[in-house]
Ligand binder design. Structure first.
Ligand code: HEC
Length: 206
């Protein structure tokens, strides 16, 4: 006859252990889960908006970015950002967006510079995301913009300069005016706090 331990799956054992050993209860009184701690929130609350809101303290130069780029990015994106094999190019593509073969790059396509910082910080280098420091990320953004001829060689990327960069495709995005889509963007007095529309159902007896 099998013992209790053998009959209990490892997963449910782990769950039991987690419930009984964690310092705070995993099941909150009003439903599943618990409030995230401020530390947990700040580790994930990294998003930078198109207008630059959320850009952290720090800075980086084109020159610093060039060295980092050669070390951490060129293997996939090419020495000058031209793209290796099927990896995306980061430069070029001007005047191709309306053609049969649009080449969408940071230079030709992206409407705002702060989101270059946001994307690189969270997603690159591919396979080693979240390993770049804030200053390294600013430097890489400076280099990519410079390689596209958008900023000068002495450009220093920071929370003030990136939002001021005028991207070539800044006005290339239009609100979706197909029927059923909101054709007008909300630019002021928009909802600032997300509205909770539903919650997970409370389990009986919890
Ligand atoms: C191992 C290969 C690899 C490395 C190294 C790498 N990337 Fe990428 N990169 C990719 C791939 C693949 C994508 C497309 C990802 C996707 O679309 O989901 C991408 C996308 C990007 C984009 C968005 C391109 C666009 O227009 O959509 C940027 C910007 C970028 N990488 C910057 C960098 C920077 C800066 C580094 C160095 C810190 C870096 N990458 C290192 C593979 C790589």
């Amino acid at each position: 006859m099998s013992s209790w331990i053998e009959r209990t799956t490892p997963l449910s054992l782990l769950l039991l252990l987690a419930v009984f050993t964690a310092g705070e209860p995993l099941l909150a009184a009003d439903g599943p889960g618990r409030e995230a701690t401020p530390e947990e929130i700040s580790a994930l609350d990294l998003d930078v908006r198109a207008d630059g809101a959320g850009l952290p303290e720090g800075s980086g130069t084109v020159e610093q970015g060039e060295a980092l780029y050669a070390e951490k990015c060129a293997a996939c994106h090419g020495e000058f950002g031209e793209g290796v094999g099927r990896m995306p190019a980061l430069i070029g593509g001007e005047d191709t967006l309306a053609s049969d073969r649009p080449r969408r790059t940071v230079g030709s396509f992206w409407p705002f510079a702060p989101t270059v910082f946001d994307y690189v910080r969270r997603a690159m280098p591919f396979g080693h995301a979240s390993t770049l420091s804030v200053d390294e990320t600013y430097a890489l953004a400076a280099f990519i913009l410079n390689a596209n001829g958008i900023v000068r060689d002495d450009f220093v990327a920071d929370g003030r300069t990136l939002p001021a960069v005028k991207m070539p495709n800044r006005n290339g995005f239009l609100p979706d005016d197909r029927p059923g889509k909101p054709a007008v963007r909300c630019m002021s007095d928009c909802r600032s706090v997300p509205r909770i529309v539903s919650r997970a159902r409370k389990e009986e007896g919890k």
